[in-house]
Design a binder for this molecule. Structure first.
Ligand code: NDP
Length: 336
């Protein structure tokens, strides 16, 4: 059973050498009525929060990886044996699994995959956790109205590419920022963003936002934090909303950076709210009913960045923090 093991807690920017690929010969056996599933992992999802779980004494309540054990993370898997009455051999599931070829996982918390007329890897992205994140964050917290101005950071990624498309479907004007020319082109030509810019080429983010939003921003979908948030706060409109989805620029820092313009929350009566997607999983069926027809009709598209082989998982995961991924980063462990 090949595994990706976290060697020790990580401080600072993660490195491939923080993880080991090992091959163990342990036989996984499922006890009867254990309510567990013996899974063959097919696709693993690289998600920015996985770095937070590599830190000792994570206080965020998100759980933690255990040094010496495989990484934990979202994936798509096939049931080889079931100790739970709702699942049988051959079922496909998505949910939290481990970075290894075969896993024993509690059935509770797994989602059964019913629709297989899409790439199965979509359940690590558009039809899985990142899709739900974009949906809950944008619609439930962003409360968009037709004609409003929306700004999205990390706009071409797993979550951001969907927020932009949902914003267009909601009749909004939407601008995205990303870190390369290739990503900026994707935003404009593939995901339908009205405008996009490379934040690494803007010396003055405040001026850039003023250029794209002369009348201000109604909704800022926050994925990166720090300087971007500071510049956004200066450009929000009265009664604007900021769903705080993530702050990837902070996850590798030992000393988090400060934000200086928070007083604008008061002046502009802004509603800024952090959220964690798991609190919205009760909306999953509703989300599938919303997004599945859009995928079938080609009204929403999804770009994935596929790494082949569990052994390439560590590099793929680390790539999230330097922007190597273009779209949703997936690791293929096995094709069905
Ligand atoms: P992405 O697919 O967008 O990958 C991460 C991207 O972040 C990189 O490609 C890079 O793009 C950008 N990035 C990396 N470092 C920095 C930096 N220092 N400053 C600015 N941008 C940076 O990831 P996801 O779509 O999966 O996640 C996006 C955000 O959403 C993350 O903050 C994540 O933690 C959060 N999230 C939160 C959830 C929740 O429940 N609240 C659930 C899922 C995700 P670029 O080239 O453009 O810089």
């Amino acid at each position: 059973n090949k595994q990706v093991i976290l060697k020790d807690y990580v401080s600072g920017f993660p490195k491939e050498s923080d993880m080991n690929i090992v091959d163990s010969t342990i036989t996984l056996k499922l006890p009867q009525d254990s309510n567990e599933l013996l899974l063959k992992n097919l696709y693993l999802s690289c998600d920015p929060y996985m770095r937070i779980l590599m830190t000792k004494d994570t206080t965020g309540g998100l759980g933690a990886h255990t040094p010496g054990s495989p990484l934990i993370g979202y994936g798509v898997s096939k049931v080889l044996e079931s100790g739970h009455q709702d699942y049988k051999k051959g079922d496909l599931v998505w949910g939290i699994t481990k970075w290894e070829e075969y896993s024993l996982i509690p059935a509770a918390g797994m989602f059964k995959i019913e629709h297989t007329d899409v790439p199965l890897s979509y359940y690590t992205g558009i039809l899985g956790m990142p899709g739900m994140t974009a949906y809950a964050g944008f619609f439930e917290l962003g409360c968009p109205k037709k004609g409003e101005n929306v700004f999205v950071s990390a706009a071409s990624g797993a979550v951001g590419q969907l927020v932009g498309q949902f914003a267009k479907l909601a009749g909004c004007y939407v601008v995205g920022s990303a870190g390369t020319k290739e990503k900026v082109d994707l935003l404009k030509n593939k995901f339908g963003y009205d405008e996009a810019f490379n934040y690494k080429e803007e010396h003055d983010l405040n001026a850039a936002l003023k250029r794209y939003f002369p009348e201000g921003i109604d909704i800022y979908f926050e994925n990166v934090g720090s300087k971007t948030l500071d510049a956004v706060l200066l450009n929000m409109r009265v009664h604007g909303r900021i769903p705080v989805c993530g702050m990837i620029s902070q996850y590798n820092l030992t000393q988090p950076e400060g934000v200086t313009n928070l007083a604008h929350l008061i002046y502009k009566r802004i509603h800024m709210q952090g959220f964690v997607v798991v609190d919205y999983y009760h909306l999953y069926t509703k989300f599938l009913e919303f997004v599945s027809p859009l995928i079938r009709e080609g009204k929403v598209v999804y770009v994935e960045d596929i790494a082949e082989g569990l052994e390439n998982g560590p590099a793929a995961l680390i790539g999230l923090y330097n922007g190597r991924n273009v779209g949703k980063q997936v690791v293929v462990v096995a094709h069905e």
